[in-house]
Design a protein around this ligand. Structure first.
Ligand SMILES: [Fe+2]
Ligand SMILES: [Fe+2]
Length: 258
């Protein structure tokens, strides 16, 4: 029981103080910082510098490693660890990959479906195809990362040859008049003639029906396919000095001060 127990209900500001205190305790008295982008997501360009932030939290140091409020990651994390402890919408990825598997597609396509939205699941929505491709690029066949990158653009354009129509969901989400920006149109045009076009298209085909909240899916079904097609670095993702290692570290430690 807290110090105010029994006497009277807590005021809102007392509740806020207790919550803040609880969060601080869970942080082991470290100060977690929000990056500029996190604040922008709340429509704010407010910035509090390190000195001022520390002055507001006397006697505390900034968090420079794992955030104890998030699930603990192993020292040498694998893709599976990120699926289990960081990706927030794993079900959508598993449903897409399950659909591709049932349709009998080759493992590269199944892996592309499994990873197509890692940008959204672990990082950021805006340009999720590009972020996702960059994350996985050092570890997968170029066909897989290429397909993940351009599926973002292909989603907006029908392909009758495989029965892919403009998604009704997009009309619902973005309104009937939404037109993709010119860079998306250009990406689509470039992709049309590309040798891996159909791989990216198959991501879209297996993606669109993948929003069933009751579907039974299991990450275990894909462990072997990941093992054969994702070059897991022995040092762990984030510690292998590739062009995307820093991105995996940021995913692991999103509130590090620097
Ligand atoms: Fe996507
Ligand atoms: Fe998707």
């Amino acid at each position: 029981m807290g110090p105010h127990a029994a006497s009277r209900p807590l005021t809102l500001s007392e509740q806020a103080d207790e919550l803040e205190e609880k969060m601080m305790n869970e942080l082991n008295d470290k100060i977690a910082t929000k990056s500029a982008l996190f604040a922008m997501a709340d429509g704010s360009l407010d910035y509090v510098g390190g000195a001022e932030l520390q002055a507001r939290n006397p006697g505390k140091y900034f968090l420079m490693g794992a955030d104890p409020r998030l699930p603990k990651m192993p020292d040498k994390p694998t893709l599976i660890d990120f699926f289990k402890h960081r990706f927030v919408s794993m079900n959508h990825l598993l449903q897409s990959a399950t659909l591709a598997l049932k349709a009998g597609h080759e493992e590269k396509v199944v892996l592309a479906c499994l990873l197509h939205d890692v940008g959204v699941a672990g990082f950021i929505r805006c340009d999720h195809g590009y972020w996702g491709a960059q994350l996985i690029e050092p570890y997968v066949d170029e066909e897989v990362s290429w397909a993940v990158r351009v599926h973002q653009a292909l989603r907006f354009f029908p392909d009758e040859s495989v029965g892919y129509k403009y998604p009704d969901m997009y009309r619902k989400y973005f309104g009937p008049d939404y037109q993709p920006e010119p860079y998306i149109v250009e990406e689509y045009k470039r992709a049309r003639g590309h040798k891996y076009y159909m791989t990216a298209r198959l991501i879209c085909v297996n993606d669109i029906y993948s929003f069933d909240p009751d579907a039974k899916v299991n990450l275990d079904d894909f462990v072997d396919i990941i093992g054969r097609n994702f070059k897991q670095p022995k040092e762990g993702l984030g510690f292998d000095n590739t062009p995307s290692s820093h991105m995996w570290r940021t995913l692991m430690w999103p509130t590090r001060f620097l």
